[in-house]
Design a protein around this ligand. Structure first.
Ligand SMILES: NC(=O)c1ccc[n+]([C@@H]2O[C@H](COP(=O)([O-])OP(=O)(O)OC[C@H]3O[C@@H](n4cnc5c(N)ncnc54)[C@H](OP(=O)(O)O)[C@@H]3O)[C@@H](O)[C@H]2O)c1
Length: 260
């Protein structure tokens, strides 16, 4: 990255991509605000990062599935006297199966975490990100954002929202010091599949967590970062393909890949 932020908020830092984002930003000298529900894990990571890199690493417990979570989180950050110039909206999860059988509490939770909290946190922190000469906002979307996905419909739709929101914001931020990136990983071995209780999401080129985060940092290192980075060349091809064929064809292919 050309300029490292001074203080980065990372949601979903207790596992997977979020923990790796925290490690990379801390190694580059940034203070990190680690957000998730599992405070014990955040505490261990915060200790590791502050002793390894001499940065301030602050764990904050937050359940982003609860309405108003983003506002409460910003109040917590302010109460600690921290002034972030980086935000990684990474917390998220998927639910598996046809919409007709979805549990309504899971549906609501997914929309709150993947869509509402991500949006509210972006909006609440944008004024201060834009006030910095150089700042970063990374929203973690997915290759699932590029086509409708039968049996993973809600997850795919939530990630399509994240990607298009972020791409539009990238344009709004042109001419400012804020770099905006929609990161689109393909299937990657984290706790994601365990949480979703399904392997159905494993469609596309598998990469490792460090490989995906390398992509994010490579994109942020470009002078004109973003708006979108798909991790892995085969995933880039797969992301492009649905745009070149009729929707019914894209659905037939997606449906055959995600069927039981
Ligand atoms: N792994 C993949 O194949 C893949 C591919 C494309 C995109 N993604 C996206 O990458 C992001 C990170 O996922 P991951 O693969 O790293 O999975 P993961 O290992 O399961 O991590 C998910 C993180 O989100 C946090 N989280 C979930 N629900 C939360 C809630 N209600 N409140 C606060 N934090 C919550 C979890 O923390 P707690 O449980 O401690 O709260 C955890 O830190 C997600 O947005 C996911 O959709 C993943």
């Amino acid at each position: 990255m050309t300029t490292t932020p001074g203080c980065v908020v990372i949601t979903g830092a207790s596992s997977g991509f979020g923990a790796e984002f925290a490690r990379r930003f801390a190694a580059a000298g940034a203070d990190v605000i680690l957000v998730a529900r599992r405070l014990d894990r955040l505490g261990v990571l915060a200790e590791e990062l502050s002793s390894a890199h001499g940065v301030r690493a602050v764990p904050i417990e937050a359940d982003l599935a609860l309405p108003g979570a983003a506002e409460r989180l910003v109040r917590e950050i302010d109460a600690r006297g921290m002034n972030p110039d980086g935000l990684v909206n990474n917390a998220g999860f998927g639910i598996d199966g046809p919409l007709a059988t979805a549990d309504i509490a899971d549906v609501s939770g997914l929309l709150q975490v993947n869509v509402v909290a991500l949006t509210e946190l972006s909006v609440l922190l944008l004024p201060r990100l834009l006030a910095h000469e150089s700042a970063v906002l990374v929203n973690v979307a997915s290759t699932a954002s590029f086509q409708p996905l039968p049996h993973l419909a809600l997850y795919g739709a939530s990630k399509a929202y994240v990607r298009t929101l972020t791409e539009a914001l990238w344009k709004e931020a042109q001419g400012t010091g804020l770099k905006v990136l929609a990161l689109c990983p393909g299937p990657t071995e984290t706790e994601f599949f365990q949480v979703a209780g399904s392997e159905r999401f494993k469609v596309g080129q598998m990469l490792t967590v460090p490989q995906v985060i390398d992509h994010a940092f490579d994109a942020l290192g470009q002078r004109r970062a973003g708006p979108t980075r798909v991790a892995g060349w085969r995933n880039r091809v797969t992301a492009l393909a649905p745009r070149l064929v009729p929707t019914r064809t894209a659905l037939a292919v997606a449906g055959s890949l995600t069927k039981d």
